[in-house]
Ligand binder design. Structure first.
Ligand SMILES: NC(=O)c1ccc[n+]([C@@H]2O[C@H](COP(=O)([O-])OP(=O)(O)OC[C@H]3O[C@@H](n4cnc5c(N)ncnc54)[C@H](O)[C@@H]3O)[C@@H](O)[C@H]2O)c1
Length: 322
């Protein structure tokens, strides 16, 4: 029997390259579509086919139309929350219009392709109720980035209800791990790793007790593979095919700083700076649905994951200076 055929948009990026690695390991043929705006060629797995294209273009739509994909893991995005605030139209052009470009290609020419969309849990739920947040909770995205992710989830429900397209939304916590850069939702991990390697103080905004749900990139990639192959009930409305992908654990910035200091064997001081206005104080995701329906649960502890991430940053630094 022929291998299953997967498209990974954003597969040259941090999480997408881990998704591509895991799909290949699970026996998929993998095509990566990426415009390399933040992704890197060195992240591309050798066994994947690579198309350099922007998701907003007819060329990208043609790849989707003509590829005969069983699944499209859609990770390509403008991921910088601050940039989405500075230029919401740019964010919407990539994150909403770019996604619709691919979805229309699926609707018109490849309606059997399952879509696994990379959404956010960390930037979606408000603070109406204390964490952990379940999928059905009220949404209150703070920034255009989260608003665009929520808009796409509504579109996915529409494509399911009206056109019978098979869609899944994975709402990630703050994803960290090897290959991450400082601009994502768990950018603090990359920033602290670089600071420790420079033996510069770690800057914490506020008192450092603000919490996030930090989830390891390898675990997020495993969730994508499960979502690509799972048997699921029909998708017809918001939340029905949405799954939180996190640990359910609130981890403070102080804990992250301490764990990375231990991983680095460093006593670099922590400096406290004024809190950032409007920052969400607590966040964690209830992941029981992903466990029950997808059979997914996180496997990497925060200390092990942070130590592995620090080792990757240190090795990259050593490689760059060798
Ligand atoms: N990092 C996190 O903590 C986090 C949390 C929640 C959701 N997500 C989502 O996961 C996905 C991957 O994020 P990441 O952290 O790996 O970021 P990343 O920047 O490393 O990956 C995004 C990839 O998309 C590519 N890309 C950007 N714009 C494109 C375009 N117009 N056309 C084609 N390719 C384009 C980039 O070159 C890059 O390779 C994104 O959809 C992001 O919103 C990330």
């Amino acid at each position: 029997m022929a291998n299953k055929n997967a498209l990974v948009t954003g597969g040259a990026g941090f999480i997408g390259s881990h998704v591509a690695d895991r799909l290949l390991a699970a026996g998929y043929d993998v095509t990566i579509l990426d415009n390399l705006s933040s992704g890197r060629r060195e992240n591309l797995p050798a066994a994947a086919r690579f198309v350099e294209a922007d998701i907003t273009t007819p060329e990208a739509a043609a790849v989707v139309r003509e590829g005969g994909f069983d699944v499209m893991c859609h990770l390509a995005a403008q991921i910088d929350v601050r940039r989405s605030m500075d230029d919401p139209a740019f964010d919407a052009r990539i994150n909403i219009i770019g996604t619709l470009n691919l979805m229309e290609a699926i609707r018109t020419a490849s309606p059997k392709t399952r879509v696994v969309f990379s959404s956010t849990g960390g930037a979606l739920y408000g603070d109406f109720e204390p964490p952990p947040s379940a999928e059905r909770l009220a949404k209150d995205p703070e920034a255009p980035y989260g608003i665009a992710k929520l808009a796409v989830e509504y579109y996915l429900a529409y494509y399911g209800r009206v056109h019978g397209i098979d869609t899944v939304a994975l709402r990630y916590g703050n994803v960290y791990g090897p290959r991450q850069d400082p601009h994502g939702e768990a950018g603090v991990v990359a920033i602290f790793c670089n600071r420790l390697l420079d033996t510069r103080a770690l800057t914490v905004f506020g008192d450092g007790t603000q919490t996030r749900d930090y989830v390891y990139a390898g675990d997020v990639a495993a969730a994508n593979v499960l979502a690509a192959g799972a048997t699921l009930p029909p998708a017809a409305r918001l939340d029905a095919r949405a799954f939180n992908i996190g640990t359910g654990v609130e981890t403070s910035v102080n804990t992250v700083a301490g764990s990375l200091q231990r991983a680095a064997g460093s006593t670099t001081p922590i400096e406290y700076a004024p809190a950032r206005a409007g920052e969400l104080l607590r966040s964690a995701l209830d992941t029981r649905k992903a466990h029950e329906v997808l059979g997914w649960s996180p496997s990497v502890s925060i200390d092990d994951g942070l130590a592995e991430t620090f080792r990757w940053f240190a090795a990259r630094r050593a490689g760059a200076t060798a």
